[in-house]
Design a protein around this ligand. Sequence first.
Ligand code: NI
Length: 220
Amino acid sequence: MQLTIPALFTPEECADLRARAKRIRFVDGRTTAGWHARQVKHNQQAVADDPIARAILAEVRRRLLEHPVFVAATRPKTFASLLLSRTTGGGGYGRHVDDALMGGVRTDVSFTLFLSDPHDYEGGALVIEDPGGEVEVRLEAGSLYLYPATTLHRVAPVTAGARLAVVGWVRSHVRDPACRELLFDLERARRLVFEREGKGEAFDLLSKTLANLLRRWAED
Ligand code: NI
């Protein structure tokens, strides 16, 4: 399942994050890429121990874990990694698959939180290869796109301006993406029923099914 979560941060919050990011020390992004991805990765990343970057990433992590749609879509157990990425003129990230393990933690869901205003740079779309074709994603500042970590994907070259984004990986309680999608749909259906009828018999049965499927599929 691929999903957009709009307006995780407001435009004002993004402007503040971008201003703070100007004081961060960035290094060549190849330092965190697998040996094959290194050949195609041309971006910069905040150094892991930069205090401003750490504060920004902690804020993103907190905001994500408080967001009911993100939580329902990913069933997060933990974050395998979060990185602040900056791509400028000519940079990009060629076709690759993300590492299956990061620091010993399995990556199930990948996401990109766009922090730059799309008018402030050219190119830089996240392009995900899907059996049905390519999906090109270029979102408003503050919006997030999530997709299975199993996909081949790339970041199109940034031809002007700078593209600032937070990229991250979730280790999910539910390993199988098809099972995660079923749980997500059931959660949405349950909320729709609740809005229409309140906590009636249909809601209770859907809740029971959701809880018991999660028991069946979850790794704790
Ligand atoms: Ni990637």
